[in-house]
Design a protein. Structure first.
Length: 199
């Protein structure tokens, strides 16, 4: 939808690029997946989240979503070529499957109702092989999802969202990596926090 009060009446007749529809579907699937995982997959060690996080998170996610949507839906938006969109779509889908795979592995590490912690290792799912290299592959896959989304849309606000997300996830990954090394003397020494061999 292109409301005329945002883009002007001329926008009503402008056609949508296929990449715009694909981006909308991918964006929606990502957040639907997160909601479903929160309800049915994650086992949280803390029962509550500070209320201030609700406002901070809503401003962050809704703000960036509106920022990306404004530019991607703009009548003057120029879609990248078919090959670039296809590579972005495939990369995004694989990264989302990888992220889900890691969340399922983590869920199975913690028995219901417990706060038990174990060192995560890859299982038979090939997406979990990233655990051979990093401590937080769920953040790695999340970052890769948005890298491919940015490639697919070729949109600067998407790139800015990807970089902002990377910055926050890197902070979390560093903290979890330090905690793993502190709590488990036999923790694999070759793992980096989030990006294999880099950081």
């Amino acid at each position: 939808m292109r409301p005329s009060f945002i883009y002007g009446t001329a926008a009503d007749n402008a056609t949508f690029a296929c990449a715009v529809t694909i981006a909308c579907i991918c964006h929606s699937i990502h957040y639907a997946k997160r909601l479903i995982e929160t309800q049915f997959v994650h086992r949280f060690s803390n029962a509550t989240m500070p209320i201030r996080n609700l406002f901070k998170n809503c401003i962050y996610y809704w703000g960036f979503s509106a920022f990306i949507a404004y530019f991607v839906n703009h009548p003057l938006y120029t879609s990248p070529g078919f090959t670039q969109v296809l590579i972005g779509l495939i990369g995004f889908a694989l990264s989302e499957m990888g992220n889900l795979s890691i969340h399922l592995l983590l869920r199975n590490l913690r028995p219901p109702g417990s706060k038990e912690r174990k060192i995560p290792y890859p299982n038979s799912n090939p997406f979990t092989l990233l655990y051979k290299f990093v401590s937080c592959p769920n953040y790695s896959y999340e970052f890769y999802s948005w890298v491919f989304f940015s490639l697919m849309t070729q949109c600067l606000p998407a790139i800015l969202f990807t970089l902002a997300g990377f910055g926050q996830m890197k902070i979390w990954a560093d903290a979890k990596h330090r905690a793993y090394k502190k709590d488990f003397p036999n923790y694999p020494k070759n793992r980096t926090p989030m990006i294999p061999y880099v950081c």
